[in-house]
Design a protein around this ligand. Structure first.
Ligand SMILES: C[S@@+](CC[C@H](N)C(=O)[O-])C[C@H]1O[C@@H](n2cnc3c(N)ncnc32)[C@H](O)[C@@H]1O
Length: 248
């Protein structure tokens, strides 16, 4: 059996890294589009928004930068991506360099972002907020948005309180900070000061995630990948998500 210990760590700059074997698997395999619905859902969501060259967008927990790159190419928007994981940051930077995209990628935690208040028109969080302290992250997102700016978040959502053992297994395996129901998310958004909260569900969109292998992938991480797929089958309907949007 695996030893799914969730541990908090800091990198050499003293930036806290909330680590989990699942996140390690994503970063070592360089999984792009590591959120439900993947890049096709992202494309669908942004179709409905008004975005142009002067729109400032922050992708929090940008991973390998697939969404940030898409927004830079498709809309020529002014995009910044942040991620706490140095390996993700390196892969995202490589993607922008390779594609000659002026997307800025920074390593930092969403709980403490070294950027000015009222900077962004949109902030997107694709499967990130469950890994962090939600009130801290939402406070920071609210601070970074311009007045009238919007948060769009594709996030893990449970539909009823979970059996204690199932909740423990999910929290430990993914390294989530907590499991939230729709009403919990709404309360968190309201508490951070957001209004105009909308919730959508889109089950029919699917994308094949990108993989960028590194040479040094430990066999244990292949087991984590298998376990992730097994958990998705076992907990179908429990490991669910919703698309939230709300305005500052
Ligand atoms: C499930 S992945 C999603 C990555 C990306 N949004 C995507 O859809 O492909 C979660 C990401 O959140 C990042 N992350 C976790 N905690 C973070 C934090 N406190 N601040 C910023 N990023 C964080 C992880 O490093 C990882 O890249």
């Amino acid at each position: 059996m695996f030893n799914f210990i969730l541990y908090k760590n800091t990198n050499k700059e003293g930036i806290p890294i909330q680590n989990s074997k699942y996140l390690e698997f994503l970063s070592k395999f360089g999984v792009g589009g590591a959120h439900p619905g993947g890049i096709n859902l992202t494309k669908e969501i942004f179709k409905a928004e008004s975005i142009g060259k002067n729109t400032r967008i922050l992708d929090v927990g940008c991973g390998t930068g697939q969404t940030a790159a898409y927004l830079g190419v498709e809309y020529e928007a002014k995009v910044t991506g942040i991620d706490i994981n140095p390996e993700m940051v390196a892969k995202a930077k490589r993607r922008m360099k390779k594609n000659r995209l002026p997307v800025k990628i920074m390593q930092c935690s969403i709980e403490q972002v070294p950027l000015r208040d009222d900077t962004f028109d949109f902030i997107i969080s694709e499967s990130v907020l469950s890994f962090v302290n939600k009130p801290n992250a939402l406070k920071e997102i609210f601070r970074l948005l311009k007045n009238g700016g919007r948060l769009i978040a594709i996030e893990f959502t449970i539909h009823q309180p979970l059996d204690e053992n199932i909740e423990k297994e999910i929290l430990q395996f993914y390294g989530f900070d907590s499991c939230s129901m729709k009403k919990d998310w709404v309360a968190l958004f309201k508490q951070a000061g957001f209004n105009n909260i909308r919730i959508q569900k889109n089950k029919s969109i699917f994308s094949i995630p990108e993989l960028h292998y590194s040479k040094d992938i430990a066999p244990e991480l292949y087991e984590i990948m298998d376990k992730h797929f097994a958990m998705n089958l076992q907990y179908e309907g429990i490991l669910d998500y919703r698309i939230y949007s709300c305005t500052k």
